[in-house]
Every structure is written in C-alpha cells, then in structure tokens.
Ligand binder design. Structure first.
Ligand SMILES: *[C@@H]1O[C@H](CO)[C@@H](O)[C@H](O)[C@H]1NC(C)=O
Ligand SMILES: *[C@@H]1O[C@H](CO)[C@@H](O)[C@H](O)[C@H]1NC(C)=O
Ligand SMILES: [Zn+2]
Length: 371
C-alpha cells in the first residue's frame, strides 16, 4: 500500500450499470449459520499447523524463499480443502528500481469458483465477484512482515472461501461436479450466472518507489486474452462484476470510508451487513464507530476521500467497479517493523472475515427463497 496520491484523477469509466437492482438481503438465519473463524484460523504462532495466518507472517518479497512459502501455503490450502476451486497462475518477470537489471518474478494466483453448469458450457460464462489482496511484502525495512499489509487480508480471504463453499455446494449441488442443468439457483441480480474468484496479487509493494506499471500485468494480460466468440463475456477483465480490494486490515478500530460514488451502493450493502451482525452480536469487536461509517450517507453526501493508489488502479482503468476496503487513516504500524503478528488485533481481523463472508453470501444470492 502506498501513500495517498492527490494528483491521480479518479477516472470512472463505467457507466452506472444497473447494478443497484435490489437483491435479497441475507436472512438472519444465514448470518447465524456462518461458522465464525476458529481460534486456530488467525493464530499468529508458527507452531500452529492449522493457522491460515501464521505461515504468512514472514517476509514475502518477490523472488525470495518467503514468497514461495506463502504460495505453497495458499496452494496447499485450496488443493486440500477446496478442490472445486480452480487454481491458475499468471506469471511474469520485471525489473524494479532497486534490483536493477535483475529479472524479478511476479506471480499472481487466481482461485475461481463458478456454478458447475457455466463451467460445463465453457469459459467466460459467469460474472465473477472478485475478492483481492496482495500477498507480497516490502523489501524495506529488512525483515518487514506486513501483517496488515496484506498477510491478514489474505488469511481473511482464505477463511471466506472455506466458509462460502459450504453454502455454494448446497446451492449449486453436490461436490461431484454439481447439477448438470442450469437452475434458478445461482442466477444473479441481472439473471446472469454468478461466480466468485479470489486474486492473490504479487508485486503490489514493489521494491522502492511504486510505479503505475507494477500491478498492470494481470489486468493487461486479461484484457489481451479474449474468450472464444460464443462466450458471454469478452475476456476475463469483463467478467469482474465487482473488484473488492482488501488492504491494511487487522488493526483495531479501522475507519473505512466509501471511496467511489459508483460503488457506494455496494459499500452500503456491506455497511448494512456490519450493522446487522453487530445487532445480532456475532461480531467480537465493539468500536465507537462502525468499521464502515459511511453506510448511512447517500452517494452525493460523502466527500471525496482522496485517491489511494493500490492494486485496483489498472483494473479500474479498464472499467471494473471497485470497492476499496482500506482504512483512512492507515494503521499506525503502516510500513514499519511493527506491522507484525503481535501488533494485529485478531478480533478485528476475525470481524472482517465475518463481514466479507456475509457480503459474499448476500452477493451470490444464497438467501434467495429462504427466510
Ligand atoms: C507460475 O509459477 C508458479 C510458481 O513458481 C508455478 O508453480 C506455476 O506452474 C507457474 N505457472 C505458469 C502458468 O507459468
Ligand atoms: C442526499 O442527501 C442530501 C443531504 O441530506 C440531500 O439534500 C439529497 O437530496 C440526497 N440525495 C439523494 C439522491 O437522495
Ligand atoms: Zn504496503
């Protein structure tokens, strides 16, 4: 994550799609059926073999063994626990300001879960709610861990995948390939097939000074790789229904404002989920202000919060609607050696995991027909 940039204009290329069409709010019964993170999930001790988080609490600089260990952790988790999720990579190499001519590998990991019938029909058939965090860490200061930046957010997404899978299987059919026939289930707001993908991005932090080209490669690559002509979506870029970027999460009392008018409606959905979860007593924290304080504002009321340069930039420039979950101000530990496991507020991280899971379940319309 980088400093606020006041010079980058906010370019909203998207026409305001009819994305605001009402969808079914998640029923209380589904909120209560979410299994909260286990104590082991966000354990920071390296000796905890079941922790989603602790294997990531190491330096994860591109081209170093720490980064490979982080990759292995993700792949092992998805292979073992979530075999229905399709794993793919987008690898490239590049030079950086501090490594000179040396080619550094950048390896993005894509984890995708689509309704079984769209998968059978071929690529590019389902819209994809896209959940994103970067897994690399800064080279400086030496030994920097980046627990909020973004080991914590990556672990939150792993939990989310595990938790939503149970509901997706119920909705889409059995694990052995699922329903062959397309059903009402899984139809989204606009009657389209809805899937979900997680992007674990590399090269976000760069090595010294961030340049706009660092995280270009996946968005660029996707736009340049069209699907076959009969596909519903032209290329993987176009499949992104919403790009939800988690960054710098895991410090207590975060304040995440609404950054974009065009996605304020999605922000409001998540804020409303936060309100309901707090009311139901299923969140652990009780901050003075909600994590998402702008839920009650209408889209003309909130002030522009400035623009935070981050992984979403190349995707947004290519038309993806972005919900940016990053606190303003940044955590106190930001880009210091203190951004480590000991300085995380685990209950806050746990509550983010619950919120994101609730948001995804609602988006996938898991609650349709239930009360
Ligand atoms: C990308 O790199 C990873 C990690 O080295 C490797 O496992 C994977 O096979 C590579 N994938 C492609 C498509 O190059
Ligand atoms: C948004 O709120 C402001 C202030 O309360 C109000 O004047 C305005 O009409 C509202 N706009 C919409 C679209 O509801
Ligand atoms: Zn950072």
């Amino acid at each position: 994550m980088r400093l606020l940039s006041t010079t980058t204009p906010v370019v909203v290329l998207l026409p305001l799609l009819s994305l605001t069409t009402a969808y079914t709010p998640l029923p209380d019964s589904l909120f209560s059926s979410i299994t909260p993170p286990l104590p082991t999930d966000f354990d920071i001790l390296p000796s905890q073999p079941l922790s989603l988080l602790s294997p990531l609490l190491i330096p994860r600089v591109p081209g170093t063994p720490g980064q490979i260990r982080a990759q292995e952790h993700f792949i092992k988790f998805f292979t073992k626990n979530l075999p229905e999720w399709e794993i793919s990579w987008q690898n490239s190499t590049g030079t950086t300001p501090v490594t000179g001519d040396k080619q550094v590998p950048f390896q993005n990991i894509i984890l995708r879960r689509e309704p079984p019938w769209t998968k059978k029909r071929g690529p590019g058939q389902a819209s994809l709610l896209t959940l994103v965090a970067h897994y690399d860490s800064k080279i400086e200061p030496k030994g920097f861990i980046g627990a909020t930046d973004s080991a914590g957010p990556c672990a939150v997404l792993m939990y989310t995948a595990r938790e939503i899978e149970k509901e997706l299987v119920k909705m889409w059919g059995a694990q052995d390939g699922g329903k062959v026939e397309e059903g009402e289930e899984g139809k989204g707001k606009r009657g389209e097939d809805v899937g979900v993908q997680i992007l674990l991005l590399d090269g976000e932090e760069a090595f010294d000074r961030w340049t706009d080209t660092d995280s270009l490669s996946l968005a660029q690559h996707w736009e340049a790789n069209p699907y076959p002509a009969m596909s519903k979506f032209k290329n993987p870029m176009r499949q992104i229904s919403l790009f939800v970027l988690l960054d710098l999460l895991g410090s207590a009392s975060p304040r995440v404002p609404s950054y974009f008018q065009s996605t304020h409606w999605a922000y409001q959905r998540m804020a409303s989920i936060e309100g309901r979860m707090r009311q139901m007593g299923i969140l652990k924290t009780s901050p003075k202000e909600p994590f998402l304080p702008d839920g009650g504002k209408n889209s003309t009321q909130f002030e522009s919060q400035g623009f935070v340069g981050d992984d979403h930039v190349p995707f947004m420039a290519r038309g993806a609607p972005v919900l940016h979950l990053i606190p303003t101000p940044f955590p106190r530990v930001w880009h210091t050696m203190e951004d480590d496991g000991e300085h995380l507020d685990i209950e806050t991280l746990r509550d983010w995991a619950m919120l994101v899971t609730g948001f995804v379940l609602e988006w996938m319309d898991v609650g349709k027909g239930k009360s």
